[in-house]
Design a protein around this ligand. Sequence first.
Ligand code: AMP
Length: 216
Amino acid sequence: MPAAAADELVVAVSKGRILKDALPLLAATGIVPVEDPERSRKLILDTSVPGIRLVVIRATDVPTYVEYGAADVGIAGKDTLLEYDGDGYYEPLDLGIAKCKLVVAGRPEAATTTARLRVATKYSAVARRWFAEKGVQCEVIKLYGSMELAPLVGLADLIVDLVDTGNTLKANGLVCLEHICEVSSRLIVNKAAQKTKHARIARLIADLSRAIGAGT
Ligand code: AMP
């Protein structure tokens, strides 16, 4: 995708839960996609605001698009940002949406400190850091979904995963063993765009802050 024109703002939004929560927040600032992003096959969507366009992409791609300037701003979960290897963006605003927790989970009797633990997760960098800081040796097994299955079939002793209601853990006989951090979605901003499109981005941040404050 070519870089956005100087007077345009491309907003990258993570698909799924974050998109669902982000749309009402954007709507409260007057930004409404002209087509339903969950139904449209278009990858770049115009919005009700001239010059502001949305790209709806995989969560893990949002920081990449923003770091490289293919999108000027992005909406991504703190979990994704912690896992992302890079800091080529600013993170000016906690949007307070798609809240959940990043945890270590496993069977109730599972140990979390013995040597050579096997940990299944899609958050391999986060898991490595967490266990290294505790001085616990572990083997991290990268998965792309259904982490809760891994302890049930003997693939891993523990998982590092997002938990919201805890229903998925409970339904599979698993419990939260350690709390890594609280997660919510953040607005991230490309470093160059922060300078070259300062007024437009400042307005977006102010409008979003107001919408969050109003409890949208
Ligand atoms: P729950 O049963 O409500 O605890 O939800 C757990 C499942 O939903 C796990 O598979 C998580 O990976 C996923 N999940 C929970 N919260 C979020 C979130 N904010 N964003 C994306 N996935 C989530």
